[in-house]
Design a protein around this ligand. Structure first.
Ligand code: ACO
Length: 443
């Protein structure tokens, strides 16, 4: 492949890469695209039409599926920015709803915009009362993620005023409804799974405090929201708000590319997030720590993680994009220690085990060579455990936080004039044509 630059009729220079096909003895020019940051991109949109070839890229490791203005990641440098703002700055100076506004509307809100946005989200937190009966159809021991998938998918049956994707007002309403209702659904899924009564939202509390109130309070006694906990949860929400074209966001985009309504698309995103290679990893980290049990067993598990014949992987380590310290993990690591200090948690065996594991892995040649660093899930699991959240709620919290990323990306896709139904091709390796065999002649 060679690269060349030529002038267009308007005098601009247009870069191409040239692809030589030895079979047809022909060269094909593929345009090079340039974003505002990040590596240049080969435009292969017309590759099949012009050459008769497809590209093959399982896991889309080298494939860009869309143009986006929302989030920039440089995995080599460990950089994450939303709309140009560093995640470290947002975590230090904004709150979650400020970040939501930024992701949805492109700018940090001024005081008036922020007030109106917070007011609107706050007034959409209640669920249609009929939905409470829907929860009761699940088994008591259902995982809260299973309940969430079902209930969020069902929202389109309850909110008919926000499913027309071609109406910008309905799109705005649906995105606000989803951000507002997800914490209520998450808390209700949890309450249902432990047999406690549902707790309704309170409009005098902020987003994070209201979530804690709905999750942990009981009608029988007063519950005072701890400001340390509320701030820690709000920061976890900020750190998980968006992460460009990850598996669940791509799922939302693909589902939405067919014109499906936003509630159905977010339900698809939740299903994708649940997997242990994605959002389920923070739950898997705690399970793994429980399995390791004590510091003296760490070498045994490190050896298993390094053994290519053993499917075991160190949960909370490695990332498809970050080949450096995940910047969210760096913020959360600090936040995790703050939380432990402020809550006066010392000598928590699982936490001590996690810190020891982190040190051993960071100094091990296998992990260094493959650039495997702790990811955000490693510390979110530990922080949430310290904050008293049950393990089954970890991925649920991730889903609550990521909802804004999903809806912002979905909204961007709907407005994109280049948007097409997502439909990858394949390399077919099955049988070639063969005659049908009647049942009595089959061996
Ligand atoms: N433990 C041990 N080895 C690992 C790990 C791990 N956690 N992660 C990657 N590796 C190894 C692989 O075995 C491979 O080794 P090899 O080159 O000798 O074959 C090499 O590192 C590269 O790994 P890939 O699988 O190619 O990396 P990929 O980008 O496909 O996977 C993933 C990324 C899925 C996150 C992976 O690192 C993993 O499974 N980690 C554990 C689960 C986890 O923490 N997921 C959370 C991701 S963050 C998020 O969703 C918010």
């Amino acid at each position: 492949m060679t690269q060349k630059s030529e002038k267009t009729s308007s005098g601009d220079s247009m870069d191409h890469v040239s692809l030589f096909d030895p079979v047809s003895d022909q060269s094909f020019d593929l345009p090079l695209l340039t974003g505002t940051e990040g590596p240049r991109v080969i435009d292969v949109r017309h590759l099949y039409r012009d050459t008769g070839y497809f590209t093959y890229d399982p896991g889309y490791t080298s494939t860009g599926s869309c143009q986006s203005e929302i989030t920039f990641i440089d995995g080599e440098q460990g950089i994450l920015r939303h709309r140009g703002y560093a995640i470290e700055d947002l975590a230090a100076h904004s709150n979650y709803l400020g970040v939501c506004y930024l992701l949805l509307y492109g700018e940090l809100p001024n005081a008036k915009q922020k007030e109106a946005f917070v007011q609107d989200i706050t007034h959409h937190t209640l669920l249609h009362e009929q939905l409470t009966f829907f929860f009761r159809g699940f088994r008591r021991d259902a995982h809260p993620m299973a309940i969430m998938c079902g209930v969020v998918g069902a929202l389109s049956a309850f909110y008919h005023d926000s499913t027309d994707i071609n109406d910008p007002d309905q799109r705005r309403l649906a995105t606000h409804q989803l951000i507002a209702k997800m914490p209520t659904i998450a808390a209700m899924a949890y309450k249902y799974s432990i047999g406690q009564p549902f707790v309704y939202p309170r409009n005098d509390l902020d987003f994070a405090a209201n979530f804690l109130h709905m999750t942990f309070s009981l009608p029988a006694e007063e519950y005072k929201v701890s400001p340390v906990m509320a701030r820690a949860i709000d920061r976890i929400f900020i750190l998980h708000a968006d992460h460009e074209q990850n598996a669940s966001t791509s799922t939302v985009r693909i589902a939405g590319s067919s014109g499906a309504n936003p509630f159905a698309c977010i339900a698809a995103g939740i299903a994708s997030l649940w997997g242990p290679a994605h959002g389920g990893a923070n739950e898997a980290v705690l399970k793994m720590l429980g399995e390791i049990g004590s510091k003296d067993r760490i070498p045994e598990f490190i050896a298993r993680a390094k053994d290519d014949k053993d499917p075991f992987r160190l949960m909370g380590f490695g990332h498809r994009v970050y080949k450096n310290y995940d910047p969210r993990a760096a913020v959360l690591r600090e936040s995790c220690h703050e939380v432990l200090d402020e809550l006066g948690i010392e000598n928590e065996p699982l936490l001590e085990l996690a810190m020891e594991l982190e040190q051993i892995a960071l100094n091990d040649e296998y992990f260094i060579q493959r650039k495997l660093f702790p990811n955000v899930d490693f510390y979110s699991g530990i922080t949430l455990k310290a904050l008293g959240f049950p393990t089954s709620l970890f991925t649920v919290l991730f889903a609550v936080a990521r909802t804004v990323g999903w809806v912002a990306q979905w909204k961007e896709m709907i407005k994109d004039p280049e948007q097409k139904i997502g439909r990858p091709r394949q390399l077919y390796v099955g049988s070639t044509p063969r005659p049908y065999v009647p049942l009595h002649k089959r061996s």
